[in-house]
Design a protein around this ligand. Structure first.
Ligand code: ATP
Ligand SMILES: Nc1nc2c(ncn2[C@@H]2O[C@H](COP(=O)(O)O)[C@@H](O)[C@H]2O)c(=O)[nH]1
Length: 204
């Protein structure tokens, strides 16, 4: 029987650099994970492409997907819905591939309930002032949205205890190396290796 892949969740406050770090990891040729493209009702930012950055949906479409049970998790974040399509996650894990979800804290909590064996990583900022500086410098949000996201960031930082690892995003390259090292270590965790051996011994 095909061994299942690892479900990896990366969360952290808005502007900490999750998207930047994720894009850097996925640009590296030795990265073997797959990325779960989320659904959202947020308006696309300049340069964002439907089906690449997100699947952009209306609120009616999104609520239909919730009703049909098509989402592994979903949350309302600063006025918009965000959610993870469940089928792609399950298919990828069944193929034995690791899958990487970049989602906020309420969603991560729901995923933890369904996949307690997943790997949950929290990306933290060097400081709150640097976090604000990053969101402002990105230049994609209005002042109101920035203030709301900073308020939510304080609540999210208090949820760090729900995660297995905390990686500081002081420098992009270092944060990526730390995340990749954690994934390698997770694959070598004794409980996982024992489970693999148990299955092998059952077959022989
Ligand atoms: N280590 C870093 N040092 C300095 N700037 C960074 C670092 N990582 C990311 N940034 C910058 O911070 C800004 C926010 O990054 P990014 O959009 O990746 O954050 P995010 O966590 O994905 O945000 P959101 O949750 O709002 O989508 C970007 O302008 C990015 O270039
Ligand atoms: N619960 C979920 N959160 C998600 C998902 N996809 C992205 N996100 C998170 O939403 C915020 C805002 O994102 P932005 O692109 O508008 O800046 C951020 O924390 C993302 O990580 C998802 O499928 N589920």
């Amino acid at each position: 029987m095909q061994e299942k892949g690892l479900l990896i969740v990366l969360s952290g406050p808005s502007g900490v650099g999750k998207g930047t770090v994720r894009k850097e990891i996925f640009s590296q040729p030795d990265t073997a994970f797959e990325y779960s493209i989320s659904m959202t009702t947020r308006t696309p930012r300049a340069g964002e492409v439907d089906g690449v950055d997100y699947f952009f949906k209306t609120r009616e479409e999104f609520e239909g997907l919730i009703e049909q049970g098509k989402l592994l998790e979903y949350a309302e974040f600063v006025g918009n819905y965000y959610g993870t399509p469940v089928d792609y996650v399950r298919e990828t894990l069944d193929r034995g591939k690791d899958i990487f979800l970049e989602i906020e804290v309420q969603g991560a909590r729901q995923v933890r309930e369904k996949f307690p064996e997943g790997l949950f990583i929290f990306l933290s900022p060097p400081s709150l002032s640097e976090l604000k500086n990053r969101i402002v410098t990105r230049g994609t949000e209005t002042e109101d949205v920035i203030n709301n996201r900073m308020k939510t960031a304080r609540e999210e930082l208090e949820m760090m205890h729900l995660y297995d690892y905390v990686v500081e995003n002081d420098q992009i390259e270092l944060a990526c190396e730390r995340i990749k090292a954690i994934v390698v270590a997770e694959h070598c965790r004794r409980e996982r290796v024992e489970a693999r051996y148990k299955k092998m011994l059952e077959v022989d």
